[in-house]
Design a protein around this ligand. Structure first.
Ligand code: PGA
Length: 250
């Protein structure tokens, strides 16, 4: 019922010529897959060439952050309208934005509302730190992230939202979360608040991804979980290995 979804988060990697090389390597190997939604979330500077390369392709183009204003005196920021020129997707609230660049649950919410109002499909990230995990706060932390991120987001916009559960301690560390555990956290800390906010139907229709050290070799273990609908992939999205992950989802 929920179409599998795999997004590559390129983070701060690739110049435009390197982006073209990577797309040329990956695209022909995943282009034929119809049973999975694939998105490349590239640096702002690569949006234009990526959009051009993928013009005729089913592979989607996305950014990794967005500001909530349409335009104005916000030096260094990019608005939803500017992203929409090139792609339909945007990552919001990635833990690196939260921990390194002062992103809060409240600013995640502002970005969500602005992105959705400008017809972008949002990949919103939630997840707990190692310390929160070890002190038994996972459910509390993620439930709070969910409630604030979704405040004032109307139910009719939920079909343009994909949620990524990314335990911070699993990102880029090689320490992937146990798939059964990830499924349980998604069930109780993501789908449960969704049910409370939007009801069973919408909660059941909303796609939830796992992210954090997803590799070609472990992807399938996540995708067989009932509450996991795909992956947000960092490091492995920059390699041929991404093909294996996408194929596992399809
Ligand atoms: P990783 O990153 O796959 O390199 O762990 C995931 C992410 O940050 O989205």
């Amino acid at each position: 019922m929920r179409k599998p979804f795999v997004a590559g988060n390129w983070k701060m990697h690739k110049t435009t010529s390197e982006a073209i090389e990577l797309i040329d390597e990956l695209q022909p190997k995943i282009e034929d897959l119809s049973n999975v939604e694939i998105v490349f979330c590239v640096p702002f500077t690569c949006l234009s060439v990526t959009a051009e390369k993928l013009h005729q392709s089913k592979i989607g183009v996305g950014a990794q952050n967005v500001h909530w204003e349409k335009q104005g005196a916000y030096t260094g920021e990019i608005s939803p309208l500017m992203i929409k020129e090139f792609g339909n997707y945007v990552i919001i609230g990635h833990s690196e934005r939260r921990s390194l660049f002062g992103e809060t649950n409240e600013t995640v919410n502002k970005r969500m509302i602005a992105a959705l109002n400008n017809d972008l499909i949002v990949i919103v990230c939630v997840g707990e730190s190692l310390q929160e995990n070890e002190s038994g706060k996972t459910e509390e932390v993620i439930t709070q992230q969910m409630r604030i991120a979704f405040s004032d987001v109307p139910p009719n916009q939920l079909n343009n939202v994909v949620i990524a559960y990314e335990p911070i301690w699993a990102i880029g560390t090689g320490l992937a979360c146990d798939p059964n555990k990830a499924n349980e956290i998604i069930k109780y800390s993501i789908r449960k608040p969704l049910i409370e906010m939007y009801g069973e139907k919408i909660a059941n229709e909303t796609r939830v991804l796992y992210g954090g050290s997803v590799k070609g070799s472990n992807a399938k273990e996540y995708f067989i979980q009932p509450d996991i609908d795909g992956a947000l992939v960092g490091g492995a999205s920059l390699k041929l290995e991404f093909v294996e992950i996408v194929r596992a989802a399809a």
